[in-house]
Design a protein around this ligand. Sequence first.
Ligand code: CAA
Length: 257
Amino acid sequence: MPSNLVVQAQADGVRLITLHRPQALNALNTELLAELADELDAAAHDEHTRTVIITGNRKAFAAGADINEMAERDLVGILNDPRVAHWQRIAAFPKPLIAAVNGFALGGGCELVMCADIVIAGSDARFGQPEINLGIIPGAGGTQRLLRAVGKPLAMQLVLTGETLDARHALQAGLISEMTQPELTVERALQVARSIAQKAPLAVRLAKEALLKAQDTDLASGLRFERHAFTLLAGTADRDEGIRAFQEKRPASFIGR
Ligand code: CAA
């Protein structure tokens, strides 16, 4: 049983993971990251789980890497840091991942948000990469994903000053997909997750993969990948069902084949 997470499997194919280290504003220590990576691995292999939501509490989604734990690591400890592998497993989660964010999402917390595919944030959320104030830089993808999300000038300003961005500005900048009232963040994330969970699982999976390709490949290769994925889906029972349901004017019932 994880001790830093609360995991709720919903009946409708959605798994809700709540980060639960409130005494440290959900700071991401090694144990929490390992538990999160394990939970995502389990969700990836569970055929009933279609979509996963990660959330925190009203004060903090996560206030970054655990600074007290970082203080105990010397250079050799950092070179052999087990958290690197945990982050890689989290970022490689193949199903749709939604972050439902309230309060602080700083440092590793903001990096965790950027591992998500969809980000629903309460108007009280604050995002930032304040590592520069500690004499370091983001170490879990912050420089790379933030620049891709918000562009160079804003990413530079945030990483070099450690300033934070409120939810309204994060929405304008493209760091989040939607802003809600703080008390409705998880509810709205659940609505979005349930909607995705009803779609054809193979199409959802390939759509995610194709969209992520756009971030790290050239246009010609991305278009080739999209065409291959589109063609692959032509052989699925769910494509037949989707088209038949449209013609018969009824909701489709997808089976993931
Ligand atoms: N690590 C460990 N403990 C943390 C923490 C963190 N990142 N953030 C907060 N806490 C702890 C505090 O030490 C405090 O504990 P005590 O009650 O035992 O003193 C408790 O959480 C509550 O925090 P505050 O009293 O500081 O709450 P606040 O409302 O006054 O301030 C805050 C909130 C502005 C977020 C402030 O806590 C803060 O600046 N936290 C650090 C943010 C940060 O620098 N994050 C980047 C970490 S480095 C990183 O993430 C590297 C990477 O890329 C992977």
